[in-house]
Design a protein around this ligand. Structure first.
Ligand SMILES: [Zn+2]
Length: 168
């Protein structure tokens, strides 16, 4: 994943950068996604392989474009903003990777639990699988996962995704 390359693609007007009818500025980022590995091509320069996808919307364009960091920055006229988004996606990805192997404690009932990001998270066996409970440390509100998970790791990751949703 090279941002330098994508800068070159922007400069040399690859893909939609040279297509008429495609706005080149005034776009807005509406969502971001981590694909886990570079697995799609930027929808704007049509050249950069991307892992972190910025979903860009424009009032004068019919579709949402899924693009890389540098194209996104140029499209919205704020490279610092797209870089900050990507950096926070990366740090979330690294944190998620460490999550299941963090030092989970074992409760009196034998269930793994951890305190993080303002929640006490407990995973416990339910049915043939695992479920999780999130208790807000400040609010005291308790949420139970609606789903069952096949493995304890999946239950832990579901809790992580819940507490980090959209904060990335
Ligand atoms: Zn691009």
């Amino acid at each position: 994943m090279s941002n330098i390359e994508e800068s070159e693609f922007v400069k040399s007007k690859r893909g939609k950068w040279s297509k008429s009818g495609v706005p080149h500025r005034g776009w807005r980022c509406v969502d971001i996604e981590d694909l886990g590995e570079p697995s799609t091509t930027c929808g704007m320069c049509e050249s950069q392989e991307i892992r972190f996808v910025h979903f860009m919307e424009h009032s004068n364009y019919p579709e949402v474009l899924q693009v890389g960091c540098v194209c996104a920055g140029h499209m919205e006229g704020n490279l610092a903003a797209s870089q900050a988004r990507e950096a926070s996606m990366k740090s979330r990805a690294a944190k998620r990777k460490r999550w299941v192997t963090r030092a989970w404690k074992i409760s009196a009932k034998g269930n793994p639990h951890i305190t993080a990001d303002g929640y006490r998270i407990t995973v416990y066996p339910r049915g043939n699988g695992w479920a999780c409970t999130l208790a807000g440390l400040v609010s005291g509100a308790v949420q139970h996962s609606r789903r069952y998970f096949k493995t304890i790791e999946e239950a832990k990751l579901a809790a992580f995704d819940h507490i980090t949703k959209k904060s990335a």
